[in-house]
Write a protein that binds this ligand. Sequence first.
Ligand code: SOE
Length: 387
Amino acid sequence: MTSTNRPTLGIGLVGHAFMGRAHSHAWRSADAFFDLPWRPVLSVLAGRDTERATAAATRLGWANAVGDWKDLLERDDVDLIDICTPGDSHAEIAVAALQAGKHVLCEKPLANTVAEAEAMAAAAERAARRGIRSMVGFTYRRVPALALARNLVAQGRIGAIRHVRAQYLQDWLADPEAPLSWRLDRRRAGSGALGDIGAHIIDATRFVTGETLTGVSALLDTFVTERPLPDGPGNGPVTVDDAALFLGRLSGGGLASFEASRVAAGRKNALRLELNGTRGSLAFDLEAMNELWFHDHTEEPATAGFRRILVTEPQHPYAGRWWPPGHGLGYDHSFTNEIADLVIAIAAGKDPEPTFADGLSVQRVLAAVEASAADAGRWTATTGAQT
Ligand code: SOE
């Protein structure tokens, strides 16, 4: 049982669209499902417009609302700033927050460029010396089946990894008439499918395998180059990729392939990861997120084969915090699990993972992919990549 007179952790959230709603829900529920050492307090929501921020705060459970995120820096009721804005403001907000002594949770991808991500990682390192923590929100690390996959890999259950096959497929841009939004604007989002969802499979691969990508060869494409303006007649330009396809080499010697697309008709949120090792294989699909498929290649061939593990047992990561076996978790639960891990790490004086340095590593892969695609798929090392 958690005690009633625990220290509190005042939260300031920036942004109240999709991610702001997902994070608000997680901040509200984390304390009810986990034994948190510190009690999160939903202090203040910042938006660009005070009226809309006030309406969102009321709906999402925040005590106060402001129309400028800079107000959060001075407030005593804010210990942590949670950044749920488009990528073009991540670096400015995160660096200012860390300098002001606020812990930071920042949505993915960490930044729009390697230079920004480097500045953020450096600020995070300086802040950590003062006990100020930071984390990047690659939330799928907290899906029980992916956390279990990581544990099985670490235990050697699939041996040395030969192949990773990673896909993240969505179809919300399959219709050429789907309107423009900030996610299709390079200045705001940095890149398209690559940074938005490709970043997730890069991080998931790093997380599950414990290995890094040393180099890539890539193709990017934008099939629909202009789309209807959201609030008016006419079209505007799409300045990011619709799809990204790349090959990679893992630090352990294995080969990896990655595909990120927002025009894959019929695929809604299909983050799929398959790993083949010397002793077995694992396969996961976010559209069936409570399942992990495991093939143990050391078993008797006559009966060996992929078997479905329903990852809802109390012995599985996070699952015991929620419902009885078989009742299943959804998209929102990974955010609550993430918030719980964050609060526990901060209270313990530890750096929560993934760190800003992890976010920077992903950013270097994104930059290497763009550099490779711009040069006819030339093999490009991820170290030192700058875009
Ligand atoms: C949109 O493509 C999106 O919401 C991403 O931005 C999220 O990171 C992903 O989790 C779901 O899809």
